[in-house]
Design a protein around this ligand. Structure first.
Ligand code: XIL
Length: 366
């Protein structure tokens, strides 16, 4: 009995979440994208979020179509629930996302716009959303993903309604509107650069693929989408466009995490930060969730965590969900991928939790 008690105790502690204390010690913003229904109804989910996270984000309910469903109506109910819980937990919130080409409301995508009228709508949207959280939850929402996924895999601009109607400068305008609404928040451009996601994007859109980052190729200059982002952010900094950082979504494939320190080596010299904003580790469903895949899955998580801890320009790692029961992966990939998160379908911890705990503990004594 005496020998099994500590093991049992450790399991119980890990099962209810354990990453927050070492993340705080390591000065890392760590946490999850949250679903308000799971947060309201699953005690295990609540416990993990409270005990693991220093920062959370909102997986869907800050997106334009959900928070601004009609031209003159905003619905903050579900986003507010998450932000209020974070505030009660003493956690910060990363806002996600102000301008993106999907999950837009019909009134926007089906409307008839001029450059000026769409710019006015974009300004109203950004100002209203940022101001709402600034005023109702002072100091809680500290970061915003301002613009998401503006580039194609070949480095050209994605053909979104904002790009078509406003033109190239919609991005810098969005950043300027966000900064005007709150001078104190960190403003990020957010996108994905890994090979597998870029190939998937090409299949979906037909836009020619450029090579993406892999474990052996993480030189941004060699990767068209990354090079285009670098050129844009370099120009923004030179012209004083208000931007603080670059988010790497990090929806990585099992064993295929790029070297983010190398991929982001140009970000620091521009005076910017980088973050891993949507980390999950895609496992082919056919491989299954077993000790072999869990071991590689844990290593892949630790590799991305390591990159952030190693870099003096990264202080944030957010996972795209808490447990596999609420992961976007199987639905979004027609069941091809699953098992992307560090808690399983029953919200029990996988090896990745233990390995990340160990890595964070090592960082906090560094
Ligand atoms: C995803 C959500 O996880 C899904 O629930 C939703 O159906 C679609 O969007 N990049 C992003 C996120 O920036 O907002 C996306 O989230 C995943 C890819």
């Amino acid at each position: 009995m005496r020998r099994t008690l500590p093991v049992l105790l450790a399991t119980v502690i890990i099962a209810a979440g354990c990453l927050r204390a070492p993340a705080e010690e390591a000065d890392l913003n760590f946490g999850y994208a949250l679903d308000p229904f799971a947060l309201a109804s699953i005690p295990q989910y609540q416990a993990i979020v409270a005990n693991d996270a220093t920062m959370v984000t909102v997986e869907n309910y800050m997106k334009w179509g959900l928070i601004h469903p009609n031209p003159s109506t905003y619905d903050f109910t579900l986003a507010d629930q998450i932000v209020a819980t974070a505030q009660a937990n003493g956690q910060q919130v990363r806002g996600h996302v102000l301008v993106w080409h999907t999950q837009l409301p019909g009134w926007l995508t089906n409307g008839t716009w001029t450059r000026d009228s769409l710019l006015a709508v974009m300004e109203d949207h950004i100002t209203t959303v940022v101001t709402h959280f600034r005023d109702n939850f002072p100091g809680v929402v500290t970061h915003w993903d301002v613009v998401n996924e503006a580039f194609n895999p070949d480095g050209s601009r994605r053909d979104t309604i904002f790009q078509q109607v406003i033109g190239d400068d919609y991005i810098e305008k969005a950043f300027a509107f966000a900064r005007a609404a709150d001078p104190d928040i960190s403003l990020f451009y957010n996108d994905f650069y890994d090979d597998f996601s870029l190939a998937g994007e090409t299949l979906l859109t037909g836009v020619p693929a450029g090579p993406g980052a892999t474990p052996t190729q993480s030189d941004c200059a060699q990767l068209p989408k990354c090079a285009a982002t670098q050129a844009m952010l370099t120009d923004f900094v030179a012209r004083g466009v208000p931007i603080d950082g670059l988010g790497f979504q990090a929806h990585v494939l099992l064993g295929q995490a790029p070297d983010y320190v190398e991929l982001a080596d140009w970000v620091g010299p521009l005076g910017l930060e980088w973050a891993a904003t949507e980390l999950d580790v895609k496992v082919l469903s056919s491989l299954g969730d077993n000790s072999a895949t869990r071991s590689a899955h844990a290593d892949t998580f630790v590799s991305v965590l390591d990159d952030c801890l190693e870099s003096d320009r990264c202080d944030t790692v957010i996972l795209w969900g808490v447990g596999d029961a609420h992961s976007w992966l199987p639905g979004f990939t027609n069941g091809l991928f699953d098992y992307g998160l560090i808690y399983d379908d029953d919200y029990l911890p996988k090896l990745a939790v233990v390995k990340m705990f160990e890595r964070l503990e090592a960082a906090s004594v560094d």
